[in-house]
Design a protein around this ligand. Sequence first.
Ligand code: NAD
Ligand code: 89Y
Length: 343
Amino acid sequence: MTELQGALIGCGFFAINQMHAWNDVEGARIVAICDRDPARLKVVGDQFGIDRRYRDAEALFADGGFDFVDIATTVESHRALVEMAARHKVPAICQKPFAKTLSDAKIMVETCRNAGVALMVHENFRWQTPIQAVRKALEVGAIGTPFWGRFSFRSGYDVFSGQPYLAEGERFIIEDLGIHVLDIARYILGDVSAVTARTKRVNPKIKGEDVATILLDHKNGATSVVDVSYATRLLTEPFPETLVELDGSEGTIRLTQGYGLKVTNAEGTTTTNVSPKLLPWASRPWHNIQESVYAIQQHWVDQLKRGMEHSTSGADNLRTFALVEGAYESAAKGQTIDVGAML
Ligand code: NAD
Ligand code: 89Y
């Protein structure tokens, strides 16, 4: 099998996970890296033995010699870098949040479509082992037709020490973390027609909201609640687990803290341990996220080789991104937002 060669732009906090995962992925390897910060370029270049190092993305693309680019920078640079990849006809992975606004995100999808290059958003939470297990239980009909769901991420974990920029933005939890949980809600219960949200800031040291409660009307008639908080202190810290509750016509599914999956139906209750693997380079509690990084990057390579659309393609991600924008608009106006009208 030919090995795809990749370039990674943005050698910061999270890129370390992506670089480890690229070492494990079959069929691809990173041959060049880029960061405008020379210190980060050195740390990542030395740790992963990458000699081709660039401080400027234009220079990286001008030299070429890679089959795809993995954009691991923060959101401010996403549009420019995705457009650069499209200009150079290079398939691109882009970290979440995909863009600053839905209109930028639409332009990025359109630009890549017109250039004929694949575009995948690194929306990895749906690739977590426990979330895949929930989806499988639904798919085999264990609870019949789901009519209600709750997707809950409540934590007091200090995310600001590793990612200080999260304390500085006007927007915080919906754009940073809620985006993943909204994507899980779509992945499990399908697309959404309307969104209603309320937000709060509890931590006085940050700028944006750190609590959000979001009601989703799914197109199939199900209703779900997505609730996220970084202001919730619990006896056992659940970071970074998304807990799921689903009620269906024939039973219920509960994904509980500690990675237990309980399925109850006419046959009784089965409880399964759906813990993620602790990959050799991973560390708790991040291992759930780290394993999903490996899974999404393997999916990128496999689908690229088959010439098939990615599960979290740019086009797919517009429907998650609309929920983020819709939630902020709903909270600001105190109204329910028609998601269909945004797309
Ligand atoms: P970071 O600030 O630690 O790293 C970003 C790096 O990109 C920095 O080193 C910066 O110098 C570099 N950079 C920025 N613009 C550049 C440009 N135009 N050209 C070259 N280099 C540039 O940020 P981070 O915490 O690693 O987050 C990066 C992205 O990953 C964010 O969008 C964040 O939301 C996302 N993230 C995703 C997950 C996940 O599970 N999917 C988890 C954490 C962070
Ligand atoms: O940036 C966020 C993400 O994508 O997953 C968890 C996180 O690192 C902090 O909220």
